[in-house]
Write a protein that binds this ligand. Structure first.
Ligand code: G6P
Length: 496
């Protein structure tokens, strides 16, 4: 049955705003999707008359997608959002999501390969790439079906890099934007990919009218890859052709890519923290409760170094723990006086490297506790069960926040802590996080690979005076909330 075209605005992402679990009695329970992308996009709200197209991620989602029937929309409780869930064959989904998106594209953009032995581009990879194409085509088909004439379509992230070009082929009338929530690799690293894949991803995104990124650095790297791999022409701000980004500062930043007779504009929108939501949510009773138990766990008169991450190789949790161990070793005055509260929530546990990494994190935390712990003091409090209320409680009490990713598109934790912090919190921040562009002035900035320097930064953060910490936190919070999620979304839409 033909689906009537209804949507003037469409969003497409792998993970949608809700996910369902299937009960034994056949009932579906809705749960809000996780991750930075979903938090940002959820700001669209139910009023925007937008349809959000996403993949069914598990059995519950598949059941929900089937129940939606011919209209395809709103498989269950969606929190008011219009949702179309794609029931993609499980093996195709697994190969596209685990194989290509999370094991290849994520690794490329976060520089995670151990290059003497990885990556491996073999026959299995070729099959996975074919699945990735099929999965992208399924999104392009659904979007083409749902969109009214000249609708605006906002395609999200590395899972869906091929969608803009595929959708343009099906519906040349649409306005199509792509947004990357990850970093973008520099050309020499990007070219580890097989030539046709490297070119395919770029061509896919260049099929849109606009390609947007979280920082100028990632946008610039994308443009550099287009020039190096495709030989595309890069338009730069201030190069005299009047096509600059309009800020008139002529800073040479890449503003568009010209390729095969088309032009794709580049944009930068640095997703910020949602101050109103965070301040209100972090004062609720469940957060208060967790605050009390965290305080008891840390003990009176002790400082805390807090980190909150999904357990993800790019988050560099192991080096963070090693830096803390180094701090205890070289600054014995901190022993018994500080606790490292580390939240390392499970992520992508279908992949063996993620499971191994989680295990290493656990082991090193245990080693530190065995090595330095005393009867009344456990140096590392590691929590691995995802709990947003407890994260907020930790933000409230943290003296120091450690955000040291190897590379990160933005890192919202760095932006959330200063907003929620009660007495001011010193931020130790990797220069390789996108958030560094906005928060670098008031953070203690580290090279994430340098364990010694990170230990020194932790020491300086612990020693920072109350006054200085409070002043810096105020400025960090202002910078962190400059572009809250709703404004971020509307800015993309307007620019398209
Ligand atoms: C983080 C990244 C996003 C990505 C998301 C996917 O939030 O910043 O770029 O889309 O993870 O996570 P998932 O759990 O769906 O693999």
């Amino acid at each position: 049955m033909a689906v009537p075209r209804t949507a003037p605005i469409l969003v497409a992402s792998n993970r949608g705003p809700v996910s369902y679990t299937l009960g034994e009695d056949g009932s579906l329970t809705a749960r809000r999707g996780g991750g930075g992308l979903v938090s940002g996009l959820s700001a669209i709200g139910p009023d925007a008359n937008a349809v959000w197209v996403c993949a069914a991620l598990g059995e519950g989602d598949r059941a929900a997608a089937r129940r939606a029937g011919d209209s395809h929309l709103n498989p269950g409780d969606t929190g008011g959002q219009q949702v179309r869930m794609l029931d993609i064959a499980p093996d195709v989904f697994a190969a596209a999501y685990n194989g290509i998106a999370n094991s290849v594209l994520w690794f490329i953009h976060h520089l995670l390969y151990q290059t003497p032995v990885e990556p491996v581009f073999d026959a299995e990879f070729a099959d996975q790439w074919a699945a990735y194409e099929a999965y992208n085509a399924a999104f392009a088909d659904a979007l083409a079906e749902e969109a009214v004439d000249e609708a605006a379509v906002l395609v999200q992230d590395y899972h869906l890099a091929l969608v803009p070009a595929m959708l343009r082929e099906r519906r040349p009338d649409l306005r199509i934007g792509h947004f990357s929530h990850t970093p973008w690799a520099p050309p020499d690293y990007y070219r580890l990919l097989p030539d046709e894949v490297a070119a395919g991803v770029l061509r896919g995104i260049l099929g849109g009218d606009r390609a947007a990124f979280l920082t100028e650095r990632w946008a610039g790297a994308f443009a550099d890859c287009c020039a190096a791999v495709l030989g595309a022409e890069i338009v730069r701000d201030g190069d005299g052709d009047g096509d600059g980004d309009g800020d008139g500062n002529g800073d040479g930043a890449a503003t568009a890519v010209r390729f095969e007779g088309r032009e794709t504009r580049l944009g930068v929108h640095g997703l910020g923290a949602d101050a109103d939501f965070l301040r209100q949510r972090s004062r609720q009773a469940d957060v208060d409760e967790r605050l009390t138990s965290l305080r008891a766990q840390i003990g009176p008169d002790r400082k805390s170094i807090v980190r909150v991450d999904r357990t993800e190789l790019s988050k560099n949790i192991v080096r963070g723990l090693l830096a803390y161990r180094q701090l205890l070793e070289t600054h014995p005055e901190w022993r018994e006086r500080v606790v490292h509260v580390a939240f390392a929530y499970p992520s992508r546990q279908d992949l063996a490297v993620y499971r191994d990494y989680t295990e290493r994190v656990r082991r090193i935390a245990e080693e530190i506790n065995a090595e330095y712990g005393t009867e009344g003091w456990t140096p590392v409090a590691l929590h691995v069960k995802d709990d947003f209320a407890r994260s907020l409680a930790a933000y409230r009490l943290a003296d120091v926040a450690l955000v040291n990713p190897i590379r990160d598109g933005m890192n919202l934790v760095a932006k959330e802590v200063p907003v929620v912090s009660e007495r001011g919190c010193a931020l130790v921040l990797s220069r390789e996080a996108g958030a560094y562009a906005e928060l670098g002035d008031d953070a203690l900035v580290v090279n994430p690979y340098d364990v010694e320097a990170t230990a020194r930064a932790l020491d300086a953060a612990l020693r920072m005076s109350d006054g200085e910490r409070a002043d810096r936190t105020k400025r960090l919070a202002a910078a962190a909330t400059a572009l809250p999620p709703q404004a971020w979304f509307l800015a993309q839409l307007r620019a398209l």
